[in-house]
Ligand binder design. Structure first.
Ligand code: ADP
Length: 488
């Protein structure tokens, strides 16, 4: 077999290969079937022609003379065609896929733009904000069609902005561009129908490769309803605050009036009560031997009732004083205050056989007299409400809670039912009859007032039958002392 024949056979094989590859592409790329069909047919014809040429050459027929150079050239062309066809397929597939993706993202984008509650834009950074692109939301936002705004055909966007906001909007955008930051603005626009709306805009500059600003892109949405709601909320809030302030002032006033009333009543009652008590005692002394048993016991009961009334009036005076007396905050050593309270309560402590444990207490900023009253009431209760089965044990301590001191007075007494631990701080609230545990039911109400006047709180934790702990907090920085409501 001569060289020419070999070259022709090789080129036929290459052309057949190209036919097969083109055929495969035709099956794999259905959308390009026509193009691939044509290529396949062309290659098929070329291969057929080469076969015929080869046949003629082998038969040695006249006119079938082939030159080696031409056949080598044909071989090279066939090889190039095969390589080209093999490359073209994947390339075309990729192109078709990219095109489909592009179409899909364009479709998604336009659906998004349509459904967005606002208007997307791209404009020039010129004084008019000349629009290059405006989404469909433009119509419902501004009342103008996108084509009215694009290229400022009917109106420029700057003209839609309410005049008093134009300068401010322009300056804010230029400032953000200079700082290479996105901008966010809230301003008012006037629609084609003359309606004013609040809008919120967010955008940023688009720059070219050299960093020059070539456009602005962003989004503008209607926030009128939100602004109106906020406005209503703000107004309601303001009205509410005013109302609360008025009511608080009213309450404070009536509280003050009540306190002053309680003060003057208890103050004025003191004298007649003292006299009643003195007269009753004198009467009992004078009629000592002449009184029947029932008459004497009636007189004793009257005297007791008067004395009890005197105690109540005194406590009421102390209560109103705790609320009205001008507090004088100073640096006070709580140890000394408690020592003084214990001294005042010495008789009761000894009588009950109470054991008192006093842990080191801090120096606090407080009104010494009020603090003494507070401790005295708590310790006196801790000793008074002791269990009949055991002598009272009282422990007093304090914890540093950062912004405030937390004081505690603990006892092992009768305890308090959980449902009563709050109401005992109300005035005249008592849980026991006078005969069982004497008292007027004012002590804890006084304690509450004193703690609150110092900006603190008071509360109780208790287990019935085991004992109670009364806690009160004192801020390290007490509130400004209000002026006395009535000079004492
Ligand atoms: P008073 O001691 O004059 O009754 P208070 O206001 O001091 O009035 O106390 C109110 C009531 O709270 C008391 O009557 C008592 O029932 C209850 N209470 C107060 N302190 C204690 C305590 N340490 N243990 C048990 N009960 C207490």
């Amino acid at each position: 077999m001569d060289v020419v024949t070999l070259v022709v056979i090789a080129s036929i094989l290459l052309q057949l290969g190209a036919v097969i590859v083109a055929l495969r592409q035709m099956l794999e790329l259905p959308n390009l079937r026509w193009a691939w069909g044509t290529i396949t047919a062309a290659f098929g014809l070329m291969a057929l022609r080469r076969i015929l040429t080869l046949g003629a050459h082998l038969e040695g027929s006249a006119g079938a003379a082939v030159s080696l150079e031409v056949e080598i050239l044909a071989l090279l062309i066939s090889a190039l065609l095969l390589a080209g066809v093999a490359q073209l397929g994947p390339f075309l597939t990729q192109m078709a896929q990219s095109e489909a993706q592009l179409r899909e993202s364009q479709r998604a984008m336009s659906a998004l733009m349509k459904n967005l509650p606002g208007m997307a834009y791209r404009c020039l950074n010129d004084p008019h904000w000349t629009m290059e692109f405006v989404s469909e939301g433009c119509l419902s936002l501004t009342g103008y069609r996108p084509e009215d705004l694009i290229g400022n055909r009917v109106i420029s966007y700057t003209e839609i902005i309410v005049p008093e906001y134009r300068q401010q909007v322009h300056e804010s955008v230029q400032r953000a561009i200079a700082a290479e930051e996105p901008f966010q603005l809230i301003y008012r626009i006037r629609t084609a129908q003359g309606e004013e709306k609040w809008v919120w805009e967010k955008g940023s500059a688009v720059r070219d490769a050299q960093g020059r600003v070539i456009a602005l892109e962003g989004f503008i949405t209607d926030i009128t309803e939100r602004c109106q709601a906020e406005e209503i909320l703000r107004k309601t809030h303001e009205e509410l605050e005013k109302l609360v302030a008025e009511r608080t002032a009213e309450l404070q006033r009536s509280n003050r009036d009540l306190m002053q009333f309680a003060y003057s009543v208890s103050h004025d009652l003191q004298e007649p009560l003292r006299m009643m008590s003195a007269y009753l005692q004198a009467l009992r002394g004078m009629l000592k031997d002449r009184l029947q048993e029932t008459e004497r016991s009636l007189l004793d009961l009257s005297l007791e009732a008067t004395q009890r009334l005197q105690r109540m009036v005194n406590d009421l005076l102390a209560y109103s004083r705790a609320g009205t007396r001008g507090a004088h905050f100073e640096h006070v050593d709580a140890n000394r205050v408690v020592q003084e309270a214990l001294q005042n309560l010495q008789a009761a402590i000894e009588q009950a056989g109470a054991q008192i444990t006093l842990e080191p207490l801090p120096k606090v900023t407080a009104d010494a007299t009020l603090l003494l009253e507070l401790f005295q009431n708590l310790i006196s209760n801790a000793v008074k409400f002791h269990s009949p089965d055991r002598p009272p044990k009282v422990r007093i301590w304090c914890e540093d809670k950062g912004q405030e001191w937390l004081f505690a007075v603990q006892d092992n007494g009768i305890g308090i039912e959980p449902e009563n631990v709050e109401r005992i701080f109300l005035i005249f609230e008592r849980l026991h009859p006078e005969e069982e545990y004497p008292g007027t039911g004012i002590g804890l109400a006084i304690c509450k007032r004193i703690a609150e006047r110092h900006g603190g709180r008071i509360w109780c934790q208790s287990t019935p039958g085991e004992g109670s702990t009364f806690y009160f907090s004192l801020p390290k920085r007490p509130p400004e002392a209000p002026p006395p409501e009535r000079p004492l």
